[in-house]
Write a protein that binds this ligand. Structure first.
Ligand code: N01
Length: 491
């Protein structure tokens, strides 16, 4: 038991680290981060697949308070982002406050004492006044339950659990899925494998990434000219943000995006049949728009085949696609995404009156600006429901959320209260507005995506501009919350 831990942060990825720095900068030092793995970094530590890089420009995909002038490329490779996070944790002296290799599995609120008890996978109990979950939406790989998968005699693994012991050279390899991960993996492994079959259920819209290395001069200018880097970052932010005009309902802008993406297909692919196979039949932006300079060229290679069929079942020698053709394979890579919409399904959270967060979220997750849920005092989330983005940097949202959570904790502390909790009516009104606004967005224009519940409800994305989110969360609205004065008899 760790009686010192007044605040427990779960997870040491971008979100958990940001929360810790926010608290520290405000003079709140009584926190401990629990991290299931042996290093910080979250998704950037886990996704070690070949070609992994960020699809948001690095000068924006970083903390606003910790700019880095020497990013190597416009879209940084994974290792550089991971290094950046390690540097941040070191600079802000967080390592001494992180307990590694400790997975938190459950959290239970003790009303009488106004305290949370967290349970680790090893059966340890940890007391906390407040809990901040920074567990990320993209941390739990999803491999569909394909018939016969157990019988497959080759090797298989998920993109986020890359098996470096498997040598792909000279092998017949399948990549299942054509999402953001797959389109980075395919070009990265195409020249080393003998045969690569890419199984596409739904084609993604892809636009050029226009990635390039920064020159030495640019890096020196960023480092040397005051304000230049910040101005550059702002320009990237507003460029990204301007796209939201289309995503939020301006059809003419989406038509322009689509025209641009169709032109790119024509320029990148000569084979008319392949062009037809990669061209989506749904509105651009409904699923995440992917950025790549090398995916289409990789598909045109002689040893790469784009199979525009679903996977029906596996056999000992390979898999059978929906057209009945059997593909003989040595290795299968599942780039089939993550369990996103079931949020904390793997994590038991019991709040006031014994209410179970997962049960409460059966009809779709809901929170207040993604950070707090009524009935769960002093429990906060980062990148919670309806705070994901389809168009801009999630780090921007994380910073806004960490600021809001810090203010909620401060409000509780300065009032001498034992907990703070969002009012039920406020949460309900907020979610009604979110769902109403979602109706007009491109994400609800009729495709199937991980952004939506099976019912079609948007529980993942913020259906607005990110500057609106920033403005509305910049200052805690005290009347949206209720303070409680349960007493901690144990001290
Ligand atoms: O996963 P996805 P991802 N049979 O869910 C297919 C972030 N990210 O790992 O479209 C056959 O997007 C599925 O097909 P369909 C980013 O936020 C960021 O690629 O459902 N196929 C789809 O093609 C991203 O959005 C970066 O028909 C099946 C694919 O698998 C998120 O991570 C890089 C199937 C899954 O695509 C997830 O991306 C990488 C089945 N049964 C990822 N089930 C950056 O650069 C699913 N599929 C920052």
């Amino acid at each position: 038991m760790n009686p010192e831990a007044a605040i427990v942060i779960v997870g040491a990825g971008f979100a958990g680290l940001c929360m810790a720095i926010e608290l520290k900068q405000a003079g709140i030092d009584a926190f401990t981060i629990y991290e299931a793995n042996a290093e910080v970094g979250g998704t950037w530590r886990d996704n070690v697949y070949p070609g992994c890089a960020c699809d948001i420009p690095s000068h924006l995909y970083s903390f606003s308070f910790e700019l880095k002038s020497n990013w190597s490329r416009t879209f940084s490779p994974r290792a550089e982002i991971q290094e950046y996070l390690v540097e941040c944790a070191t600079k802000y002296d967080l390592y001494s406050q992180i307990v590694f290799n400790t997975e938190i599995r459950a959290a239970r609120f003790d009303e009488a004492r106004g305290l949370w008890t967290l349970h680790t996978a090893d059966g340890e109990a940890i007391m906390a006044r407040a809990v901040v979950l920074g567990v990320g939406g993209l941390s739990r790989p999803r491999i569909p339950e394909f018939e016969g998968l157990q019988s497959f005699g080759g090797q298989s693994f998920h993109s986020a659990r890359w098996n470096h012991d498997v040598d792909l050279r000279g092998k017949r390899v399948a990549v299942v899925g054509t999402g953001a991960s797959a389109i980075q993996i395919v070009p990265a492994i195409a020249d080393e494998v003998e045969q690569l079959s890419v199984f596409q259920r739904t084609p993604p819209w892809v636009v050029p990434r226009m990635d390039r290395a920064y020159s030495g001069l640019e890096k020196r200018l960023f480092a040397g000219i005051p304000g230049l880097q910040r101005a550059y970052r702002s320009a990237i932010y507003w460029f990204q943000e301007s796209r939201a005009i289309g995503f939020l309902g301006e059809q003419r802008m989406m038509d322009l995006f689509e025209w641009f993406a169709r032109r790119y297909i024509e320029r990148a692919i000569d084979d008319l049949e392949l062009r037809a196979r990669v061209t989506p039949d749904y509105t651009i932006g409904c699923k995440r728009i992917l950025v790549s300079d090398d995916y289409y060229p990789a598909l045109a290679r002689p040893n790469v085949e784009l199979v525009a069929e679903s996977v029906v079942r596996f056999t000992p020698d390979g898999l059978v696609a929906s057209d009945g053709v059997e593909h003989a394979l040595d290795v299968v890579i599942f780039a089939t995404g993550f369990r996103v919409t079931d949020f904390l399904a793997y994590f038991e959270v019991i709040g006031r009156d014994g209410r179970n967060l997962n049960a409460q979220w059966q009809g779709g997750a809901e929170a207040y600006y993604g950070v707090a849920v009524t009935g769960f005092p002093n429990l906060f989330m980062l990148v919670g429901p309806n705070t994901g983005l389809g168009h801009n940097s999630i780090v921007f949202m994380i910073e806004s959320q960490a600021r809001l959570v810090r203010q909620a904790i401060e409000a509780m502390q300065s009032a001498g209260a034992s907990s703070i909790e969002v009012r039920p009516g406020v949460q309900r009104d907020f979610n009604e507005a979110v769902q109403q606004r979602s109706q007009k967005t491109v994400w609800q224009s009729g495709c199937q995506s991980w952004y939506l519940e099976d019912s079609g409800k948007n529980t993942t994305l913020w259906p607005g501009y990110t500057f609106e989110y920033w403005l509305r969360t910049r200052k805690l609205r005290g009347h949206d919350f209720r303070l409680n004065w349960e007493r901690d008899e144990a001290g």
